[in-house]
Write a protein that binds this ligand. Structure first.
Ligand code: NAP
Length: 476
């Protein structure tokens, strides 16, 4: 049997696709999910304090507003519950084939359909393939010698070992990105000693998190109230935070807030100096937290900025030759974000391999979604669609709408295939890379937005609003 649509992944993007397909009356589709539960990053990241630093009214589907978010920035359990509720409310759970990892997808030119192979060797077919596997799903570990020799307990932040009690332990954390700044304040009071290994200081802006009280709840029970709140946040992110991305003047206001917070939360000038970034605000993903810096100022927490050289059975060695003894090592070292679609093997026309050949110099796609030579393939949250200033759910919804418009065009025009032209793809890449060159992301720092050669493959250089406009028209 050939499905009309196959979706790979049941996280924020895959569920959005499934819900919108259902609402559009498409019944012939299957969502393949490798895990036994939906939720993507909100299923995998269960570390203490895991949550979203984008306000929930903006970090949620426009078609499924929630009246009763508990706070401005909900924690992971509430976000996962939201996704489960959305799946159940729209009846898409039966469409999800759990425990089914797709390892290969090849386009059959004669039959004009995709052939999908699972990890167990089963084969499925679909006319249209939509990938929704995210950018931040495969943990990255530092390339340090001796990693396997560590005799204590070690785990990655996205695979938290909840069976390991941290109380009274000497714990090391490698990495100080958005994940670490959320769990460091939670574990610091529980452990005996916490050693935070920081490679680069980053900007920390205040979160000003708060619980919603009765007045907010009353506002959110009305559609205009919710819309105004969401719209307000959207506008703020697409102006002030966008200005930071472009190195603009409004971004200076954010930098002022970061500097002020650092000054008021860290009394020791030497520690403050080590926490002051040497690159412009926004070059790396800005950290958003009220309690990270105070955690570093605790007596039982040590910030270590010496370069790491190796891992031993007893702990971690830094360039000055010191061995820092640890009984637990936590990797807050992020994800292999530039390896789009890995480890999936995607084969298009003429046996061409997407990751290994077409993307040999880094992933790219027209509007982050389509690639010439790969007909009827759509990527959700694909290359150059991550935002540094706004909710990525906005991008996902625009992409899902684009896919639905493409399906309608396929039906309307009685065509078997839809494929972007090389001309449109090349021109788009040129424009995007040019615009990226003018952003703060190229202002002298490394980040997960870039490949090893420095090409930015992950981020969208314009406002989120512009993406929504551009995706309203189908391009061939
Ligand atoms: P990340 O941003 O990639 O940060 C990884 C950290 O590990 C960085 O501090 C990095 O240092 C450090 N690191 C990596 N390799 C190292 C090495 N060999 N030696 C020493 N340090 C090393 O990862 P993340 O914190 O998991 O966050 C990833 C992304 O997930 C975020 O940017 C964000 O988009 C998303 N996220 C979002 C939220 C949210 O609230 N919305 C929460 C968590 C995560 P350098 O800075 O020097 O590279």
């Amino acid at each position: 049997m050939t499905d009309h649509v196959a979706v790979i992944g049941a996280g924020f993007a895959g569920l959005c696709m499934a819900i919108r397909l259902t609402r559009a009356g498409v019944t012939s589709f299957t969502v393949y999910e490798k895990a036994e539960e939906l939720g993507g990053v909100w299923r995998d990241n269960t570390y203490p304090g895991a949550g979203c630093d984008v306000p929930s009214h903006l970090y949620s589907y426009s078609f499924a507003p929630r009246e009763d978010w508990s706070r401005a920035y909900p924690l992971q359990p509430e976000l996962l519950r939201y996704l489960r509720d959305c799946a159940d409310a729209h009846g898409v759970r039966p469409r999800i084939r759990f425990g089914t990892e797709i390892v290969a997808a090849s386009y059959d030119e004669a039959k004009k359909r995709w052939e999908l192979r699972t990890a167990t060797g089963a084969v499925h077919h679909a006319r249209v393939l939509v990938t929704a596997v995210g950018q931040l799903n495969r943990p990255r570990f530092p390339d340090l010698p001796g990693r396997e020799d560590f005799a204590g307990t070690a785990f990655h932040s996205a695979r938290w070992d909840h069976g390991h009690d941290l109380a009274g332990r000497t714990v090391g954390v490698i990495g100080t990105g958005p994940s670490a700044v959320q769990f460091v304040p939670r574990i610091a009071p529980r452990v005996r000693t916490l050693r935070v290994f920081q490679r680069s200081a980053n900007w920390v802006m205040p979160k000003w998190d708060y619980r919603y009280g009765p007045a907010h709840q009353a506002l959110f029970r009305t559609a205009p109230g919710r819309l105004a709140f969401r719209g307000g946040w959207f506008a703020l992110c697409d102006t002030v935070l966008y200005s930071a991305v472009r190195g603009g003047r409004l971004g200076k206001a954010v930098e002022y807030l970061c500097r002020r917070q650092l000054r008021t939360q860290i009394a020791d000038p030497a520690l403050r100096a080590r926490l002051t970034p040497d690159f412009p605000l926004g070059c790396k993903r800005v950290l958003i937290s009220d309690d990270y810096l105070p955690a570093l100022a605790r007596d039982n927490v040590e910030l270590i900025t010496e370069k790491l050289t190796r891992i031993t059975p007893r702990g971690v060695v830094t360039a000055d030759g010191t061995e820092h003894a640890l009984d637990t090592l936590i990797y807050g070292t992020g994800f292999t974000a530039t390896e789009f679609l890995a480890p999936l093997t995607v084969t298009g026309r003429d046996g061409r391999l997407l990751r290994e050949e077409t993307w040999a110099d880094g992933a790219a796609a027209f509007l982050g979604m389509t690639v010439p030579g790969f007909p009827n393939l759509f990527l959700l949250y694909g290359p150059n669609t991550n935002l540094g200033n706004n909710s990525v759910v906005l991008m996902i919804e625009a992409q899902v709408r684009y896919v639905l418009d493409s399906l309608a065009a396929l039906d309307r025009e009685g065509r078997g295939e839809l494929e972007v032209s090389s001309r449109a793809y090349d021109a788009f890449q040129r424009r995007v890379q040019e615009a990226l060159g003018e952003t703060v992301w190229q202002a002298g720092c490394d980040s997960w937005y870039k490949t090893e050669t420095g090409k930015i493959t992950n981020n969208w250089p314009y406002r989120a609003a512009r993406y929504r406009t551009l995706t309203r028209r189908l391009a061939r």
